[in-house]
Write a protein that binds this ligand. Structure first.
Ligand SMILES: Nc1ncnc2c1ncn2[C@@H]1O[C@H](COP(=O)(O)OP(=O)(O)OP(=O)(O)O)[C@@H](O)[C@H]1O
Ligand SMILES: [Mg+2]
Length: 248
């Protein structure tokens, strides 16, 4: 598991040292350009940011401004056209797909805008999956506890198509939380939820942030959620507009 013979220090060591000394995540001059009908489309333009261990950061901005694209790069799911991303000492843009997958498995939880549950697994099995992949102990018990924590204790044996949109979203959150990642990236984690359920999810997110020092990077249109983050960045047409801390 996680055998890595490269010159870099092990992910576990990185996590420990970085937790104490931050930044846990450092992005410099990120560009993302795609070609549509042979015309370049500049989705991200020179985006730089740094996130400290244990911080909570909200990324807000208009639809189409590049938030999800940025989150995918920061989490190591996608590669930038240029620029660098350092996560827990790993230069993500220099790693192969497999190496990035290994870093993600060890350190990252991700909640997508589309929930990406496996349709032929129950809610419980979906949440058990990352624990099984990382050879964790008490897999069923931990997955069940996490589903209860997101309010789905009565829905564990349902398949995704037997769950409402908000319930599927909560399964996806439980799956991202269950491995207790160092960094949790969430794209609109409260997007489809009613106010009360959204508040419960926010409580869970900030509970992890406080008790386990989980770093949160959230993309959200939800003002209440953004206000609870220590810092807010605004995306505008592929660029970061503001680096002001939360004014409140
Ligand atoms: N693979 C791609 N190919 C072409 N265009 C893309 C690709 N991915 C994203 N885009 C475009 O880049 C822009 C930014 O997309 P992105 O999904 O990052 O926006 P967003 O800020 O997350 O929007 P929303 O709030 O609606 O989720 C959009 O205009 C989108 O059409
Ligand atoms: Mg998006």
């Amino acid at each position: 598991m996680g055998q890595d013979n490269r010159a870099q220090s092990s992910p576990a060591q990185d996590a420990q040292t970085q937790r104490a000394s931050g930044p846990i995540l450092l992005a410099e001059a990120l560009e993302k350009t795609v070609f549509m009908a042979e015309q370049p489309l500049h989705i991200l333009k020179s985006v730089s940011l740094s996130v400290h261990a244990g911080e909570s950061l909200a990324i807000v901005g208009a639809s189409g401004s590049g938030k999800s694209t940025l989150l995918g790069l920061l989490a190591g799911l996608d590669q930038p056209s240029s620029g660098s991303i350092r996560m827990l000492g790993h230069a993500l843009e220099k790693l192969s797909e497999d190496e990035r997958a290994r870093v993600r498995a060890k350190h990252v939880g991700f909640v997508f805008q589309s929930f990406q549950l496996l349709p032929n697994l129950t809610a419980l099995e979906n949440v058990m999956l990352p624990l099984e992949i990382s050879n964790a102990g008490r897999v069923r018990e931990r997955a069940a506890d996490m589903l209860s924590a997101v309010g789905l204790g009565e829905r564990m044996l349902h398949y995704p198509n037997q769950l409402s949109g908000g319930e599927q979203q909560r399964v996806a959150l439980a799956r991202a939380f269950v491995c207790e990642p160092d960094i949790l990236f969430a794209d609109e984690p409260t997007g489809n939820l009613d106010t009360q359920t959204g508040a419960r999810i926010a409580d869970l997110l900030f509970g992890l942030n406080e008790t386990r020092n989980t770093t949160l990077v959230l993309v959200t249109h939800d003002h209440t959620l953004a206000q609870r983050c220590a810092r807010k960045l605004v995306m505008n047409a592929g660029q970061l507009e503001s680096t002001a801390g939360s004014a409140s």
